[in-house]
Design a protein around this ligand. Sequence first.
Ligand code: HAM
Length: 529
Amino acid sequence: MKFQAIKGVRDILPPESALWNRVEQTAREVFRTFGFSEIRIPDAEHTELFTRSVGEGTDIVSKEMFSFQDHEYPDLDRFRGTLIFHQPTIEDRMQFDLYKAQVSGFVNELSKHVSKRELPSTPESLRAITEIPTLLAQLENMREQYRETASEQTRVRFELYAGHVRDRLRAAQLGDNLSLRPEGTASVVRAYIEHGMHVLPGNVKLYYMGPMFRRERPQRGRYRQFYQIGAEVLGTSDAPGIDAEVIGMLMTLFEQLKLKGAVLSINSIGDSKCRPVYLEKLRAALVKIRDQPEPQMGHDSLSRIETNPLRVLDSKLESEQAIIEKLPRIGDHLCADCRGHYDEVKRQLTLRGIAYQENWRLVRGLDYYMRTTFEITAPGLGSQNAVCGGGRYDGLVELLGGPAATKGIGFAIGTDRLVLSLQEAGEGTVQEGLDVYLAWFGAAAQAAAIGLAKRLREAGFVVELPAIEIKFGKSLGLADRLKARHAVILGDDELAAKVVTVKRLADGSQKKLAEPELLAYLSAETGKG
Ligand code: HAM
């Protein structure tokens, strides 16, 4: 059997991985200068964290999460399996007593774990704990009755009730519902609350990088395991200057990476005061269109009218564009506070010399946003051209059980897409070849070469030290193919004269140098050391 990576995931190989390192390293440096610190968040969380924050009705949560039930107590699970398999019989008293004792034992065990919060207290598990003892008592009565009457009716009822016990056993949950993270904001907010970070002075500024998981249809720039570089600001202030500063940090990073043609789009989607009013207006307009004799909208948009009308604005369907352009716009319905906030965000961006486009249709696909939303597109990416998305989420900390007044804003860059765009623009090559191929000939030379390689590496040069002796011609051929800049040759003659021969492979020029001169020469050639 030949194994291949699973659908929608991929390996990132050298030399491309060097570009990834450059991107991540540059992000770390830029973020540091803006006062951000790294947070490392887990790859999996309780499913409910995402259901509550990203939103049950979103594509991410409803269709795309990799979720599984944890298997914390495999022995208990196996035990349950045998109880479900071996059903009690009404005639056999000993078998019934054993069954009853075992099922009661299972329920006790389950109840103990649930009360210690080692297993989730789902409605199904609570039903098993409260109802199974009653069902067992009823089965016992029926068994007694049957002994006296041998009534067929009692036997049928007994089997029905035994079936209820089996169903309750099956439904009890013996592990947590977990999901691979589809994004990072929910985890950062969870960690912020869990570690009481609201007591820290000023705004808490955190960044993270790593893989995210969404079961999407894979295509160029869209993967099931993809990577994000994200940053979040949490605290009591929602000053528009924070929004502009966060966007400014992003633009600084893109500038340093020489990403050309990035376009920033911004919008405000209002808050819990003005958005509901707007949503009603939007829904009413959409219902009017739906109820026309020949509605011009596709199935997706029609089904969103009730569930999530804002997402209709996201539609890319050519046939819907003219209709969408005529729909009520959030910008015309912002309350005074949101309007003031948005105007100030724009002024703050201008103060920083950041160019932006306003896009009233930029609503984003996650439920936690309010007020500022933004997205950055980059060239060379085809249809998946959003290289970064973000926005403000002032109510999220409270929604997840944290202090009510906490505000938040952040973004996440799609690293895969950023790297693709850089490659398309010819910014994708990162020079990290060999400085030195250290060819040695003979046992004494090998010993000397080992020491020399160590000192050259300590000085910062990239050195390839062959593990076995290779004949001279072959050795230099290999150095060439590995694209080494220099071959350093160490044989008996060099050892005797306490020098090495260094050959510049580009032009074949060579000289004999003692070690201090070699270091100086390589420094001058490579800019390292
Ligand atoms: P998002 O828009 O869902 O936002 O994702 C951010 C970026 O991740 C996208 O713009 C895109 O570049 C990249 N991305 C998303 N899905 C995929 C995929 N399947 N394959 C490749 N790249 C992808 C969030 O995740 C929010 N947590 C951002 C945020 C942080 N908002 C506030 N703070």
